[in-house]
Design a protein around this ligand. Structure first.
Ligand code: AMP
Length: 180
């Protein structure tokens, strides 16, 4: 399964539900990259400045990350890609991978009005420890400001701030819309 759509469209929320119900592996490239930053790996150091300013990470890094991830044992019963591909180059690399591994591709494209995206992103809160996501109005945590899953303090993702959101939406229009 491939989930396409702009930031804030609900790819992460829906992919978590689909993965839970079907048992397929959920692969979120944004989560993998944020995890690399948190663990202070060389990949994390390379991508942090790009993500902070709302730019996409180079295709070569993403393609290598996905090519390795799909060989892990949890992917034998199918997989769900959230946030990849985001460029035409990445989509072409995925085509090759789909052919090589004889996979069947189902694409879900999330089409959400811009004003709804902006409301969702500005109200989104995030757990830096377990990466669970909340929304101040639509899905608040049980205890204000604290993660339901691990109890950590919730924060706003740096790239959910208004000026960075504008750049992420520009990147989506210029680089991801052609993928659709
Ligand atoms: P997300 O959590 O999916 O909104 O991704 C957060 C950030 O990670 C994006 O703004 C990009 O900087 C980076 N990123 C995630 N997936 C990709 C991708 N497929 N290609 C390039 N950059 C990506």
């Amino acid at each position: 399964f491939l989930l396409l759509g702009p930031p804030g469209a609900g790819k992460g929320t829906q992919s978590a539900i689909i993965a839970r119900r079907t048992g397929v592996a959920r692969i979120s490239t944004g989560e993998m990259l944020r995890d690399a930053i948190a663990r202070q790996t060389p990949l994390g150091a390379q991508v942090a400045p790009l993500m902070e300013r709302g730019s996409l990470v180079p295709d070569s890094l993403l393609v290598a990350l996905i090519a390795e991830r799909v060989t892990e044992p949890d992917c034998t019963n199918g997989l769900l890609l959230d946030g990849f591909p985001r460029t035409v180059n990445q989509a072409e690399a995925l085509d090759l991978l789909v052919q090589e591994r004889q996979m069947e591709l189902v694409v879900l494209n999330f089409d959400v009005p811009r004003e709804v995206l902006l409301r969702r992103l500005s109200g989104r809160r995030w757990c830096p420890r377990c990466q669970a996501t909340y929304h101040l109005e639509n899905s608040p945590p049980k205890r204000t400001g604290l993660c339901d899953q691990c109890g950590s303090s919730l924060i706003q993702r740096a790239d959910d701030q208004e000026d960075v959101v504008a750049r992420r939406l520009q990147a989506y229009d210029a680089q991801t819309v052609p993928v659709i």
